[in-house]
Design a protein around this ligand. Structure first.
Ligand code: ADP
Ligand code: MG
Length: 252
């Protein structure tokens, strides 16, 4: 929010789907450089919160700032105007999102998947985009798979391409929604390793995960959500070892 070090500021954030209140009174700052892990049972609103930050959902109550801008609105003097679709698309570029399902473009190679956004959306010259994409594929350990199609890659490899593809857009904030939940157990480690390396570079990350070992090791802070609310938040050493809330204790 303006004048703070927060890249995300949610104040009394609520999200309703019809009559159903998926998020209630979520108030949270995420500082630049922080790695925030969100844990909580299925249906507790974790994905909805990420989707609000990424503007895949519109907020129904409260306010949300991402990278110093009020999500969905522009302030002119003391009036607020709703953003146009083009303005929202630009605002969304601040965040990169990685989903549980890798959802790569099936008809494009790994390299083509990574350059698609930079070339089509950011209008980067193709040669430059290719060079950067090769660097990103190297970073996720997949330089040798640049010309492979998604169907030729394991789930872990596809997810690492998805991370490279998100990074190619140069986001200021990376959102991960259970990035390893759809993977065979033996492939989880390679994806977490890439995420750990990314955290070391200082990337700001919000990670919804059931990997409590990863949260313990990498998170600067852990948030426990239940029934659409933040129940408890604090350093992993507290939340994951001696939670004060019984619902958190029951979950971990
Ligand atoms: P989590 O990611 O913690 O499992 P979600 O954020 O996906 O939880 O969902 C929170 C609640 O909101 C769930 O009860 C879910 O059924 C509901 N929900 C999510 N998206 C929608 C939607 N588009 N329409 C109606 N209900 C939804
Ligand atoms: Mg979810």
């Amino acid at each position: 929010a303006p004048g703070t070090n927060a890249i995300v500021r949610a104040v009394g954030l609520g999200k309703r789907f019809g009559q159903f209140q998926a998020l209630t009174d979520v108030t949270l700052d995420v500082a630049r450089g922080e790695v925030l892990c969100i844990i909580g049972p299925s249906g507790s609103g974790k994905s909805t919160f990420l989707r609000c930050i990424n503007q895949l959902e519109t907020v129904t109550d409260g306010a949300l700032w991402v990278d110093d801008e009020l999500v969905g609105y522009r302030r002119v003097g003391n009036k607020l105007y709703e953003l146009t679709d083009a303005e929202i698309a630009r605002q969304r570029l601040v965040t990169g999102m990685v989903f549980q399902r890798f959802n790569l473009f099936p008809h494009l190679t790994a390299l083509e998947n990574v350059i698609e956004g930079p070339v089509q959306v950011l209008k980067r010259p193709k040669a430059e985009a290719v060079e950067e994409a090769r660097g990103l594929l190297t970073r996720v350990g997949l330089a040798h798979k640049a010309d492979a199609f998604p169907v030729e890659l394991s789930g872990g490899q596809q997810q690492r391409v998805a991370i490279a593809r998100a990074l190619a857009m140069k986001p200021k904030l990376m959102l991960f929604d259970e990035p390893t939940s759809a993977l065979d157990p033996e492939l989880v480690g390679e994806v977490l390793a890439v995420m750990r390396d990314l955290a070391k570079t200082g990337m700001t990350m919000i990670v919804v995960t059931h990997e409590l070992g990863f949260a313990r090791e990498v998170a600067s802070r852990v948030v426990f959500m239940d029934a659409g609310r933040i129940v408890e938040s604090g350093p992993p050493s507290e939340i994951l070892s001696r939670p004060t809330n019984q619902r958190t204790a029951d979950f971990i």
